[in-house]
Design a protein around this ligand. Structure first.
Ligand code: MEV
Length: 384
């Protein structure tokens, strides 16, 4: 469902009932109804073991987003004050000059099967039997295969951490699922045949969360004029954001906090849509170390009279399976976004991550974050 416009002046000062009324103009009444009902104990019992209760978390909506031409109100589940406001403010700066331009790789999940003490010609034997192994994997997922997905490729990495370990990687098109269950089922299914082909003992059979074939990126060009704030010119803020980016590029201590600001936005969206944010966190942190050093996931540079920024990271998310279809709030969130594929959700996730990051860097390189942050903290303690 497309929001006609995500620019809703005064949205933050409305009461929550009025905000919900606005959402009712975008998604059906019953969907908003679902969002207002906490997770039932019945569902909690189905989702996890030993359930004793349900943990509440504020659900907000960030305004002002335009991602690849689509106006979006972005659902965010987060307990930290000022994250929703900051993302909305950054999205407003971005829309002053354009949109979040995004890309996402095909949805590929990779399973690892560890082979211990393989025979010398194990890799050759496995690769020669690739079609048979892919067929064994695909036989476990008739529905995925009928929809056009399935295991696509198989590779073997030899001598991983020593001569006696090889690792088979099964690459799977998981369509609109996050893919963990699909990958793990397939890994377990092909393992006995891999053991026979390689004369190896089988070790672990599990997906890798280093989803480096499943990257998503978002890029923005923000007019310098949109970055100005009380006491700070747009030029000064743009230069400050570039300097903050360079600081993170030079120092892992800063890069970690810089990336935390990105995950403020990413995780809030992933939680709201029922996705596994731990998987995306793990993948992001590992991916950003690929040069051997911990780096920022995003980069900003002054570009003429604009500020250019780009975020690229693994984004293993889905819109089917897991909690995304069972949790009522996640169903609402996906409906509000109107996404029809996992890739589309991935593109929005990197946009929100980049917005949160930009907002933090713009504040840090001008008045600092504490003023706005503490104002919200105060409001919270008064309200409570
Ligand atoms: C706080 O949640 C996030 C920041 O620390 C991010 C940053 O320093 O870039 C403000």
């Amino acid at each position: 469902t497309d929001a006609k416009t995500s620019r809703i002046p005064g949205f933050s000062s409305l009461g929550y009932e009025r905000r919900r009324d606005i959402l009712r103009t975008i998604v059906p009444q019953h969907s908003v109804q679902q969002m207002t009902q906490p997770l039932s104990m019945e569902l909690a019992e189905r989702l996890i073991e030993n359930a004793v209760g349900v943990f509440g978390m504020p659900l907000g909506v960030a305004t002002n987003f335009i991602v690849d031409g689509r106006e979006l109100l972005v659902p965010m589940a987060i307990e930290e004050p000022s994250v929703v406001a900051a993302a909305s403010n950054a999205a407003r700066m971005v829309r002053a000059g354009g949109v979040f331009r995004t890309q996402a790789d095909e949805p590929r999940v990779m399973a690892q099967i560890e082979l211990i003490d393989p025979a010398d010609d194990a890799a050759k034997a496995i690769v020669a039997a690739k079609d048979e192994l892919l067929a064994i994997a695909n036989a476990t997922q008739p529905e995925l295969v009928s929809l056009g997905g399935g295991a696509r490729d198989l590779q073997v990495r030899c001598g991983v951490g020593g001569e006696n370990r090889s690792v088979a990687h099964l690459e799977i098109d998981c369509l609109d699922a996050m893919g963990a269950n699909i990958a793990n089922t397939m890994a377990e299914a092909v393992a006995p045949r891999l053991a026979a082909l390689s004369s190896a003992k089988i070790g672990l059979r599990i997906l890798t969360n280093l989803a480096d074939r499943r990257l998503a990126s978002a890029e923005v060009l923000v007019p310098t004029s949109a970055l100005g704030r009380t006491g700070y010119s747009g030029e000064a803020v743009a230069a400050g954001v570039e300097a903050a980016s360079r600081f993170a590029e030079a120092d892992p201590y800063r890069a970690t906090t810089h990336n935390k600001g990105i995950f403020n936005g990413v995780d809030a969206l992933l939680l709201a849509t029922g996705n596994d944010w731990r998987a995306v966190e793990a993948g992001g942190h590992a991916f950003t170390c690929r040069s051997g050093r911990y780096c920022p996931l995003s980069t900003f540079r002054v570009a003429g009279d604009a500020l250019w920024g780009k975020l690229e990271m693994p984004m293993a998310v889905g819109i089917v399976g897991g909690a995304s279809r069972t949790h009522p709030v996640a169903r609402f969130a996906l409906e509000l976004l109107g996404v029809t594929s996992g890739q589309e959700l991935a593109r929005i996730a990197v946009s929100v991550g980049l917005a949160s990051n930009l907002a933090a860097l713009a504040a840090l390189s001008s008045e600092g974050i504490q003023r706005g942050h503490m104002r919200l903290h105060e409001r919270r303690s008064q309200d409570i």
